[in-house]
Design a protein. Sequence first.
Length: 416
Amino acid sequence: METLLILGGLLLILAGYVWFVMLAFGRSLLWGIASLFPPLALVFLLRYWGLVRKAVVFGALGWIPLVVGLALMASHDSSRLEALFSLKWLRPEPPPQPELAISLRGEFRGAPFAPEQAELIDGVLSLREGQDFYARREIQVRLPQLPNGPLQLDVLPDDSGVRPEIEISWLEPEQDLPEARRLSRGYSLHLDLHPESPNRMRGAFHLVLPAEYKTTLSGQIELYTDRLRYRDGLVDTRFDSQDTLAWVLRDYLQRRFASHEVELSPLPRLDTRRNELSVPLGFRVAGQPDWLQVELYRSAQKGWAVRDDHYPRLREGAPPMQSPVVDEPQPEVAAVAPAVAQQQGALALEQLRAEPQRFQNRRMRVVTQRGSTAEGVFAGLDSEGQIVIRRIISGPGQASFVLHPAEVSSIELLAP
């Protein structure tokens, strides 16, 4: 409301001044030019008051809504009024500074590649280009094991034994789903990364894929080791991620039970695009299992929080908090259960996400909300809960589709 009053007042003042200048030009060309300069305009006003009084009164009326709007703005939010009079909004905003210091040079399928995001989470080193739901282009290095400290690794094309798996994926302009290629041999890789507090690693990165992929990348890299973000040394709860929600819930339980000995069970995949979430929360306090139904909400100023959270902070000097999520090992499934092997037809998305191991290596067809179809062998869920459909192609490597559950319209199990 106050914004409309201020804009309305300014428009009235401007219209009155334009009317005043038009009357001056109607008198003569010299008086018209003089009315554009405040001292000479005042002379014209005093000399020809009878001619311009209506224009002056009309412009003066604009001060009424202008003053009322400024008074309302000051009473509701004084910071907005200070920002208005500081005239900072007239200055061009400086370009945003990148979160990570990524200095890599190379190409991706023959085109220049400049990744904007980098992370090493759950043994997967990911370099992404693009902020959309699906990355425009992405390189993933799936490490067989992840050390607790520095990461140093060298792989040559002819090396044998257990090696990282490399996956490249890209999204063509006319496609709704990304296409991927995966290979485990024939490439060279050099990693020399060192941890930095609180959740980053920095160092050298060098990757050269076989010639047919036309993909190389080399330089210095900085990456995140989890999906938390920090601001002034504290966790930024405004950042939307599964790790942020887990941290908020663990912090809430620690304060509610006045204990740092809280273990949080793995959370279901939560939709951070919503402003309110109802979470069935399993946990242990000092080894004793317990369960709560917790309501999460998001505000623009404070970010994510638990509703009706009135518990005080734990005393200073208490032991530091542990990792927000307790990972439980998932059982490895070598074959599909015989009962499921005979099942065909429609499959519910919830059933697939709840028991992905039952449908491992089954042929299926997935249709997205936009009408696109991905058909192949179900390869499981990745670390972000996305559905991976693998397709056999000729030549080295594999092709796969990666689909977010929110994009899935229907799933159909096909005959083996």
